[in-house]
Ligand binder design. Structure first.
Ligand code: BES
Ligand code: ZN
Length: 632
């Protein structure tokens, strides 16, 4: 309903603008609509933002924040350069759990009136600011709440160094509004400058041009000159040091972690080169990583110029770096060309998974990338089973209206999206597809796009009226239908074929210690563990553990997969390691399946609740929201 109203509203206000989500046919006038208007029209159709960007839109942000670790509060001002497109007397920002103190207009800082609308659970409240037709600047003075969902305030014990507190943000999907009053739609882009004051012994970094060392004032300034959507606003504060990797790349981490990180990510520059070779110049100047404490709720987050990454990828053998390839790939798919609404999330993640595996193929060969495809396919199958094959959430184009977008953002976008692109690649050949993708990224650079716009581009650039080709590409089956279409080609892996052989011989009685696992990477191990039967005897579990030491693996992927078997088979030898893992690691992707496996039995549930009570204070809100629901 809401979307429909917005649609009508947008039409009446923006004259004959064709709104992306409206079902009316494009008009002649549509062709004269500028790119900027088209972007705003898509953002206006975003059901997850209160902003009305076709009326008044923010273009630049000057952020001035004080970071108070004692109170767990950010306070300061967000000053926006705005454009009043219709001469309206209001501009609307998204907020959630923010205390808005005062709002000023213009360089003269004339105080103005404002009101906060009703609160809706995950959407928060609209901040409606009274402006004048010629207002160019709006300054909002505000404070965050100690439980702002984007922020995690860590005490020294929760860091690697154990000496200093730590703060990080996670803004995607719609959490930027919990630490900045902002037009929080991925269809709206702003440039920003920031000044951040932190305790003197700590360093602040952002998704922007960053300092490389601490100063003695504790005041740091930042500049992001390329326009970015709000979900890429990011800040972290801690005892951080910087280490150069290549001319364009580097790593920020706590001193206790920097050595391990420098080893793990030594190939960062090579990765960047491989990516540029595939899809064109890197448009963000530097590419650095920030290694966070283990409570970081994701594997990685593609904050521009500074990817945030979990320390659980530090496997000591560089075996989990496809995650870095993934976040790097977002510098094109996502950060440069951005999904206009969360319904188009597959444009961010599906393209990125496809691109990630092309980077890995470039660096480590096809056999390596094939393993990733098969593991991805397994994830996809699990998600399809969980959601049910007929579920509307298994379509690429989503409808998340009325729901927290976080709920709908599943492996469908990632893996079905990836396999759709592989299907197109197969239909037109790699050379043509790469040329197409290059053109896609350059045509829509620093813009938002939605599913329809991408498909139009696909039709005009690739399909070009070729009906046989259109049939092969099968847009309807992939984008708008649930499940997997019939033309889906299951990926295969030669290296996994050997794993399957080893597995078969073990099942047929060959001792685990005699299996030929010499050159296995963590991917082969993961495949092996995932293949193990649901139900195994204590002897089988113990034999595997003796031969391969899974319970004490230093590889987080291996460990997380092994724990699922340990739980199902009540293999108590792993209890201690399991509890240690759950209390230390806050990565939701690992936590959810493990807790799910635990609560499948009454005794397991007891264990889960006991561990959760201890572990919960270590988790970020992104993870506790999901787990509270699961364990309630
Ligand atoms: N942008 C995502 C993380 C994200 C998605 C945060 C949706 C909030 C809402 C990031 O690029 C990502 O996909 N991370 C993955 C790793 C990747 C290798 C699949 C993760 O964290 O597991
Ligand atoms: Zn991603």
């Amino acid at each position: 309903m809401r979307l429909y109203q917005r649609c009508l509203l947008g039409l009446s206000l923006a004259g004959s603008l064709q709104l992306a989500s409206c079902s009316t046919q494009p008009t002649k006038d549509d062709e004269t609509m500028t790119q900027a208007q088209s972007d705003l029209a898509m953002a206006a159709a975003d059901a997850h933002s209160y902003a009305k960007p076709t009326e008044a839109v923010a273009r630049h942000l000057d952020l001035d924040l004080d970071v108070n670790f004692d109170q767990k509060i950010l306070s300061g001002t967000a000053a926006y350069q705005i454009e009043n497109l219709t001469g309206t007397d209001q501009i609307i920002f998204d907020t959630r759990d923010l205390e808005i103190e005062k709002v000023f207009l213009g360089e003269e800082m004339e105080e103005t009136t404002f009101r906060l609308g009703d609160s809706k659970e995950y959407l928060g409240r609209p901040l409606i600011v009274d402006i004048k037709p010629d207002t160019k600047k709006v300054t909002i003075q505000y404070k965050t709440s100690p439980n702002a969902a984007a922020l995690q305030w860590l005490n020294p014990q929760q860091t690697a160094g154990k000496k200093d507190p730590f703060l990080f943000t996670q803004s995607q999907a719609i959490l930027a509004r919990t630490w900045i009053p902002i037009q929080d739609s991925p269809g709206i882009r702003i440039t920003y400058n920031a000044q951040v004051k932190v305790p003197e012994n700590l360093l602040a970094v952002m998704s922007a041009e960053n300092p490389v060392e601490k100063n003695n004032t504790g005041v740091y300034t930042f500049e992001m000159e390329q326009p970015i959507p709000s979900y890429l606003m990011a800040l972290s504060v801690g005892d951080l040091v910087f280490r150069q990797v290549g001319p364009q790349t580097g790593i920020y981490a706590e001193p206790a972690t920097i050595e391990a990180a420098a080893y793990e990510f030594a190939e960062l520059d090579k990765m960047l080169e491989a990516a540029e070779k595939l899809y064109g110049k890197y448009r963000w100047d530097r590419y650095d990583l920030l290694v966070l404490p283990p409570s970081f709720p994701f594997g990685g987050m593609e904050n521009p110029r500074l990817t945030f990454v979990t320390p659980t990828v530090l496997a000591k053998d560089r075996s989990l770096t496809s995650l870095i390839a993934h976040e790097l790939a977002h510098s094109w798919s996502g950060n440069l060309v951005t999904n206009a609404t969360w319904n188009d999330f597959w444009l961010n993640e599906g393209f990125t998974v496809y691109f990630e595996r092309r980077i890995m193929e470039e660096l480590y060969g096809k056999e390596y990338a094939d393993m990733l495809q098969v593991l991805g396919y397994q994830d996809l199958t699990n998600t399809l089973n969980d959601l049910g094959p007929g579920s509307a959430d298994t379509r690429l184009k989503l409808d998340l209206e009325g729901r927290d977008p976080d709920e709908g953002l599943t492996d469908i976008a990632y893996e079905k999206g990836n396999f759709f692109l592989r299907n197109i690649e197969r239909a037109v050949g790699r050379e043509r597809f790469d040329a197409f993708l290059n053109k896609y990224f350059s045509t829509f650079a620093f813009q938002s796009t939605n599913t329809d716009k991408f498909l139009d581009f696909l039709r005009s650039e690739l399909i070009q009226g070729d009906e046989a080709l259109a049939k092969k590409i099968n847009i309807e089956g992939w984008v708008y239908s649930p499940g997997l279409p019939e033309d889906f080609q299951k990926p295969t892996s030669a290296r996994f074929a050997q794993v399957e052989e080893a597995f078969q011989s073990w099942i047929s009685g060959k001792p685990a210690a005699q299996l030929d696992t010499k050159d296995w990477s963590s991917h082969e191990w993961l495949h092996f563990i995932r293949m193990l039967p649901e139900s195994m005897t204590q002897q089988q579990m113990a034999e595997l553990d003796r031969a391969f030491n899974f319970t004490n693996s230093g590889n987080s992927e291996v460990l997380a997969a092994w724990f699922l078997h340990a739980i199902r088979n009540n293999y108590t030898t792993a209890d201690q390691a399991l509890e240690a893992f759950l209390t230390k690691v806050g990565r939701r992707k690992f936590l959810v399946p493990i807790y799910k496996a635990l609560i499948a039995t009454p005794e397991g549930k007891k264990k889960a609740l006991a561990i959760y009570a201890k572990a919960r204070p270590n988790y970020h809100a992104v993870s506790t929201v999901t787990l509270d629901e699961l364990l309630k």
